[in-house]
Design a protein around this ligand. Structure first.
Ligand code: 5GP
Length: 142
């Protein structure tokens, strides 16, 4: 399987379609999931192309995992969460729908289930959640 540069996250990286971005550095970008399964659900991606965990290079994995850890800490603080779930899917049978490596970061609260997939959230709600994460990130060391 080869990388398709027309996948939707590649278009977000090229600013061809909009996304609510919360963080970026030289190697990684974080933006809000458009169909959040929990308040604060965001996605961490490498800026360079790879389909998923199976073809990612060591540098891509290292940078994405460090940013994922940082985002996990930030969403815990931003949403006063009791835990955080990290999800990552590989190829169609593995549950992957967008074929650019991404890690889901989902703040969790005791007894609160994830919402079902496929439900769009209001843009203003997503924007407000993004702002909370950005504010929390200011206190998270790199
Ligand atoms: P996965 O490939 O991990 O199964 O799921 C892809 C994720 O990308 C889903 O959680 C879905 O809600 C999200 N997603 C799909 N299209 C878009 C989009 O255009 N913008 C954003 N921000 N998220 C998207």
């Amino acid at each position: 399987m080869s990388y398709d540069p027309e996948n939707i996250f590649a278009k977000i990286l090229r600013d061809e379609i909009p996304a609510t971005k919360v963080y970026e550095d030289g190697q990684t970008l974080v933006f809000m999931d458009i169909m959040p399964r929990a308040d604060g659900h965001c996605l961490v991606i490498p800026k360079t192309p790879c389909r998923n965990l199976l073809d990612a290079g060591a540098d891509q994995l290292a940078s994405v995992m460090l940013t994922t850890q940082r985002m996990a800490r930030a969403v815990m603080a931003a949403f006063d969460a009791g835990g955080v779930t990290i999800q990552q899917f590989n190829e169609g049978p593995g549950g992957q729908e967008v074929f650019h490596l991404h890690f889901h970061v989902l703040p969790r609260h005791e007894g609160v289930a994830l919402r079902p997939p496929g439900q769009m959230a209001e843009a203003e709600v997503i924007a407000a959640h993004a702002e909370k994460i950005r504010a929390a990130l200011e206190d998270i060391p790199r």
